[in-house]
Write a protein that binds this ligand. Structure first.
Ligand SMILES: Cc1cc2nc3c(=O)[nH]c(=O)nc-3n(C[C@H](O)[C@H](O)[C@H](O)COP(=O)(O)OP(=O)(O)OC[C@H]3O[C@@H](n4cnc5c(N)ncnc54)[C@H](O)[C@@H]3O)c2cc1C
Length: 298
């Protein structure tokens, strides 16, 4: 399978954006079937450059599934895929075992994260014998003789836990790159100015040269996007809230609106120089496909 930094280099040379789609491990066998029998075959039309699979996000006891799903995506669908890995509940020894397993399954791309606290716990707490921050996980990955290509997360509005403000958070993002992260995928956001401000600071003031790819969430439901943004600390601009409130619980109308909004957002991001798009696909194909068709990228 391909390494994600190589894909970025190749696409950059060709003047083409890198398209990635994020999935989460389904909670049920029916969800697995839907992902592998319907969603991935449909998305094959869009030929994403890589897919990624979350680890533990949102709970539901799906942690053990991440590696298996990445492996199946690679083996059954010929996709380049990446496993997310977090510091949540990992001791150093358990992390070594997990990474051995990933390498044994032929997984070569890892997104190194601190992780969200498990449901019911308000704050992240370092597991005994584990890690406080993503950069420590990056050190562990880096020490494994180039076994994995390493990505990390960035926050266009600053990470919500960072009380010192977004510029301090962005300096810590630079630290993650200094420790070995080779590309950055961002948290979702709805105002492109937030992304471009972060990129200007990281590349201009801090001198970063790694790809910084915007994360884009196609809105599928008013309630859902309000819940997601409350959880991850992203801002829903008032004008967008007003549009969504007008559409209310009509999920079909919200999905059509969300596809249109995300298509325009992505178009402006690419026009402004973003190296690609990381779509939060929510294990569905319709919105991601429609956006990529609108952008003539499918
Ligand atoms: C693209 C993407 C994918 C994601 N996938 C998942 C997933 O699969 N599973 C999941 O659980 N969560 C996922 N998340 C969410 C992420 O794990 C959380 O937002 C988490 O709270 C922060 O992770 P991080 O890797 O950025 O942490 P870190 O980089 O460790 O930062 C966490 C906080 O610590 C601060 N910090 C960093 N270094 C220091 C230091 N040296 N001293 C003091 N403070 C410091 C930072 O400013 C920040 O506030 C994802 C996020 C993104 C953007």
């Amino acid at each position: 399978m391909r390494r994600i930094p190589d894909i970025y280099a190749e696409k950059r040379a060709a003047g083409r954006p890198v398209i990635s789609i994020e999935f989460f491990p389904p909670k049920t066998p029916r969800g697995d079937e839907s992902l592998f029998e319907r969603v991935l075959p449909r998305l094959a039309e869009a030929r994403p450059d890589f897919c990624s699979v979350t680890y533990g996000a949102g709970g539901g006891g799906t942690r053990e599934k991440t590696l298996r799903i990445v492996e199946r995506m690679q083996r059954e669908h010929g996709l380049t895929a990446m496993a997310h890995v977090t510091c949540v509940s990992f001791t150093r020894a358990r992390m070594d075992g997990f990474l051995d397993e990933a390498a044994g399954l032929g997984i070569e791309n890892i997104l190194a994260l601190r992780g969200d606290p498990p449901p019911g716990e308000p704050d992240f707490r370092r597991p005994a014998g584990g890690f406080d921050y993503a950069f420590q996980l990056i050190d562990v990955l880096k020490a494994r003789s180039d076994e994995f290509a390493i990505g990390c997360a960035g926050f266009p509005e600053g990470h919500p836990d960072c009380t010192e403000g977004k510029h301090v958070d962005w300096q810590r993002l630079r630290d993650k790159v200094d420790h070995g992260a080779e590309f950055i995928l961002t948290q979702l956001f709805f105002d492109n100015a937030d992304y471009f401000r972060m990129v200007d600071y990281l590349t201009g003031t801090l001198g970063l040269t790694v790809p910084i790819t915007p994360g884009v969430l196609p809105i599928l439901s008013t309630k859902q996007v309000k819940r997601f943004t409350a959880l991850c600390g992203a801002t829903l601009p008032p004008a967008l809230v007003a549009d969504l409130d007008r559409l209310g619980d009509d999920d079909e109308a919200v999905t059509r609106f969300g596809i249109d909004f995300a298509s325009r957002q992505c178009e402006a991001l690419l026009a402004g120089g973003a190296p690609g798009l990381h779509l939060y696909g929510l294990n569905r194909s319709r919105a991601a496909l429609a956006i990529l068709r609108n952008l003539k990228l499918a």
